[in-house]
Design a protein around this ligand. Structure first.
Ligand code: AMP
Ligand code: ZN
Length: 437
């Protein structure tokens, strides 16, 4: 057990399984009562005939209705607000690019709790007040900036609010201030590394020891590649604005799945088609309920993220359950020629190869009546000898491997380094230009 020293001073981090169960039942009752103060849940509970006394323990959660992103959109701007507006000190929105965003509100206590969760995450991976922390995600409505920022300050780290983008400045700051911990999306961390390598600089020459990477899906292969390029440890960070943002689930030093802070979130895994609970250990849609948020409790939120609860206990000694890496979203699953394909399956094949760069795009079109999939991928700067012949050979190799993975033939274009648009935030991995979409 790595326990004993608890730099965040949280009474929740080392709860036993029984304590967690009891606390969750108590908090669920209070969260449902609190949610009922919002116009949205008042109407929803009345419609479903739910009375507060129906909820006694956490097992009663299945009596409650689900909440979807659409429900949040329909109750925009303040239909889910459960406190007097005067008590709100902050709002955020989701990063969605279409239609109305989903707005999330916080009281002072909510922000303090969130900062504590985030500080627990950072301490869990070994960050301390001696570290210098550079936060490379967007500050503003997006939760990655301020979310990590408050947690890092709470832990007492020297915090650099660099924000997203401006790669040259990011590199300069990391060097000049001897940065040891960074937070970024995995695609942006890869972009920075490639920029450094292209300029004859070595990412290993930085003093980084921890990379907190998240906000978008990535594979184990991508983690290994990033760890190799930077010579640091990469920890997966999962969150969504509806559940605050970052700080929901985070890996510990064992890097074996992400502990969900169960004092703050009640987790279910359901079959997205039948909406019934999955068998323990099966992959399904993650559904979450806030247990400690006052301004806007959210009940049974369908995240659309697909994952499973990992069996067994973590050697770190924490009893908070662990989630597997997100394998995709139930709504971004691609159906190509009738076959279900997750972008992560393609990434897995690509990232196994040292000569593949970090940037790729899956392009879907219609040719005749058929779906066509083209995977465009950059070769890494260091492996590129400038010859067309090399690109051809690599292309044929990848085409074969991806065909074996997904079960139909695909086109691969191997491109020179820097050919694809670089990402500074969440990478856009799929361009779907098929007819009728
Ligand atoms: P947003 O509410 O805009 O912050 O977006 C949240 C969504 O980003 C989640 O529902 C996931 O689909 C995705 N996401 C965040 N962190 C991760 C992660 N570590 N792995 C996979 N997907 C993630
Ligand atoms: Zn652990």
């Amino acid at each position: 057990m790595e326990h004993i020293k608890d730099p965040v001073g949280s009474r929740f981090e080392w709860m036993s399984t029984d304590e967690i169960a009891e606390f969750q039942s108590e908090r669920l009752r209070e969260s449902v009562a609190q949610a009922g103060k919002s116009p949205y849940y008042a109407a929803k509970f009345a419609e479903a005939g739910i009375k507060p006394e129906d909820i006694q323990s956490r097992e009663d959660i299945t009596k409650l209705p689900f909440t979807t992103k659409e429900d949040l959109r329909l109750s925009y701007p303040t239909g889910m607000l459960a406190v007097d507006p005067e008590q709100v000190i902050r709002m955020h929105t989701s990063s969605g690019t279409t239609g109305k965003p989903t707005a999330i509100f916080h009281t002072r206590q909510d922000i303090e709790n969130w900062a504590e969760l985030m500080a627990r995450c950072l301490a869990m991976v070994g960050a301390t007040s001696k570290d210098v922390f550079q936060n490379m995600t967007g500050y503003g409505l997006f939760t990655g900036g301020l979310g990590l920022h408050y947690g890092a300050e709470r832990l007492g780290m020297w915090t650099i609010p660099a924000g997203a983008g401006n790669t040259a400045r990011q590199i300069m700051l990391m060097k000049d201030f001897h940065v040891t911990v960074i937070h970024a999306t995995p695609s942006y961390a890869m972009h920075i590394a490639e920029r450094m390598l292209a300029e004859g600089d070595n990412p290993k020459s930085l003093e980084l020891r921890i990379g907190v990477l998240g906000a978008e899906p990535y594979t184990e292969e991508m983690r290994l590649k990033l760890q190799d390029i930077y010579g640091f440890k990469v920890f997966n960070s999962y969150g969504l604005s509806e559940m605050n943002g970052p700080g929901v689930a985070f890996e510990c030093t064992y890097q074996n799945g992400m502990h969900v802070w169960e004092d703050s979130y009640l987790v279910e895994i359901i079959d997205p088609n039948t909406l019934e609970p999955c068998k323990p250990g099966d992959v399904g849609e993650l559904v979450m309920t806030t247990l400690r948020r006052t301004a806007q409790p959210i009940i049974r939120y369908r995240t659309r993220d697909l994952t499973r609860i990992l069996p067994g206990e973590c050697p770190c000694g924490r009893k908070h359950i662990r989630l597997d890496r997100m394998i995709g979203r139930s709504d971004d699953m691609l159906i190509v020629r009738g076959v279900n394909v997750f972008p992560s399956q393609i990434e897995e094949v690509l990232m196994k190869h040292e000569w593949v760069g970090g940037n790729y795009v899956i392009h879907l079109t219609t040719v005749g009546a058929m779906d066509e999939m083209t995977v465009k991928v950059e070769i890494s700067k260091t492996s590129f000898d400038g010859s067309i012949e090399t690109l051809r050979k690599l292309r044929d190799h990848l085409q074969k491997q991806i065909r074996e993975q997904v079960g139909f033939s695909v086109h691969v274009e191997v491109l020179e380094p820097g050919s694809l648009p670089a990402s500074e935030g969440k990478a856009k991995r799929v361009v779907d230009e098929r007819e009728g979409r």
